[in-house]
Ligand binder design. Structure first.
Ligand SMILES: OC[C@@H]1[C@@H](O)[C@H](O)[C@@H](O)c2[nH]c(CCc3ccccc3)c[n+]21
Length: 453
């Protein structure tokens, strides 16, 4: 008998098990009850941007079905639920007047979660910027730091004593790389000059919200980063240089300033004339101490030198020896352990960490068959990655919880409804929810504190 078969995967007492979603991906009714337009309403309604012309107009209809979705969370034994607040539902113009009906939706949701014994983890911003602010420059306008802190204050005060764990911004890197550098995501700009400025303002806005939280809020506040570890493609110097550029541009661009280290040197090489220096006081604001950090983790990359691959000059080498998900991401659980150890080292080893997203997209049928959705690949991904996470805890990583991405199949941004990440299946023709085999497993993992793994 190898040690593997006898080892226990019991997680520490108090480890927090949950699932995650985001407003624009699940709510629908994005313009209902006085809500303002977001950049994703605009982007998704612009022909050519979205696979199959999909939009978030209906999505999972969570805006109307939130009660049944809380019942679903109870059947999954969830202890926590990570969701995001739509800024333009709450403040339609992004600044100024509050839309009471928009705020009421989240008020009812939070009270419903608390009544169900499920801890709400709220993200202030998960990519759906009010369009009215984009008209004023959005993340390119330095005033957005104040706009964001004012928005945060509305939520911090409204939910004081009920929402105790806040995330400011979901994935600065994707906001900037997707929205301003490559243009694949809203608002669809393609400029290195803009990306550098937007990135800085995203960080400033985070810092301003943390400062405001210290003045008016209660509980814990942090930020959520996507980290994709970069492994060497060879021992050639040019490949190691490419790996370092890729690591700096994705994994360090935001992490280093947040930890008070300023921007990584490699960004001057990556962005060239588009790079610029910023005032020192900005970096003090950006590095306002936080109480926790979220990690969104899906896969690793193995970049090689690629002079034509703008602007990082690195291109991932496909790892054909391993399985890949429907989004083309390599399945490689050991890198999850490595990233958790790396992030713990990068954040000083004491900052509480939370896996705020982890999951995989595989083909599932459009409707349940005999009331079931068998998703063996997602079951395997979940099992292997929960074990990899347990390994990281065993190495001393201060990991406090895990939020599966996602509670529901939902709008996978510009990929529309074609990619299913849910541990619960959604039949988008009927809105019927069916817990998948992966969800049934996850419920057992939570009940058994991991022993079932
Ligand atoms: O793509 C699945 C999910 C999205 O649905 C979430 O809204 C978003 O927070 C989110 N982030 C990531 C990781 C982003 C990423 C993946 C691979 C490479 C670079 C960045 C994956 N996901």
């Amino acid at each position: 008998m190898s040690s593997e078969t006898t080892r226990s995967y019991r997680f520490p007492e108090g480890f927090l098990w949950g699932a995650a979603t985001a407003a624009y991906q699940i709510e629908g009714s994005s313009m209902a009850d006085g809500a303002g337009e977001s950049i994703w309403d605009r982007f998704s309604h612009t022909p050519g941007n979205m696979k199959d012309g999909d939009t978030g107009d209906v999505a999972c209809d969570h805006y109307n079905r939130w009660r049944e979705d809380i019942e679903l969370m109870k059947r999954l034994n969830l202890q926590a639920y990570r969701f995001s607040v739509s800024w333009s539902r709450v403040i339609p113009e992004g600044r100024g007047a509050i839309n009471a009906k928009g705020l009421d939706f989240y008020d009812r949701l939070v009270d419903g979660l608390l009544e169900a014994g499920i801890e709400p983890l709220a993200t202030l911003y998960h990519w759906d910027l009010p369009a009215a602010l984009d008209d004023r420059g959005g993340w390119l306008n330095p005033d957005i730091a104040d706009w964001f802190a004012d928005y945060g204050q509305v939520l911090f005060e409204t939910f004081k004593g009920r929402v105790k764990t806040w995330g400011t911004i979901n994935e600065p890197w994707v906001i900037v790389d997707g929205g301003y550098l490559h243009g694949a995501l809203a608002p669809g700009h393609r400029s290195a000059f803009e990306a550098v400025i937007a990135g800085h303002n995203v960080l400033r806005a985070h810092g301003a919200a943390v400062k405001r939280f210290r003045e008016v809020g209660e509980g814990r506040i942090g930020i959520v980063l996507n980290i994709e570890p970069k492994y060497p493609a060879s021992d050639k110097p040019e490949d190691e240089a490419a790996r370092k550029r890729a690591e700096a541009q994705m994994n360090r661009w935001f992490l280093d300033p947040l930890m008070g280290r300023g921007y990584p040197e490699e960004l001057k090489d990556v962005y060239g004339e588009a790079w610029r220096e910023f005032p020192r006081e900005d970096f003090e604001l950006i590095a306002e101490p936080t109480d926790w950090m979220g990690l969104n983790w899906y896969t690793r990359a193995v970049p090689e030198n690629a002079p034509d691959a703008w602007p990082v000059r690195a291109r991932p080498v496909k790892q054909v020896q391993h399985a890949h998900t429907e989004t083309g991401w390599e399945v490689y659980p050991p890198a999850f352990t490595d990233t958790l150890v790396w992030l713990s080292e990068q954040t000083g080893g004491k900052l509480p960490l939370m896996v705020t997203e982890n999951g995989s997209a595989w083909y599932d049928p459009p409707h349940a068959i005999e009331g079931r959705i068998h998703d063996p690949m997602r079951v395997h991904y979940l099992q292997t990655h929960l074990k990899a996470m347990h390994d990281a805890i065993g190495k001393g990583v201060p990991l406090r919880g895990y939020m599966a991405w996602s509670l529901l199949d939902n709008l996978e941004w510009s990929l529309g409804y074609s990619k299913r990440f849910g541990i619960t299946h959604v039949n988008f023709a009927t809105q019927e929810r069916t817990i998948k085999d992966s969800g049934l497993l996850y419920a057992e993992v939570i009940r058994s504190h991991g022993e079932v793994l």
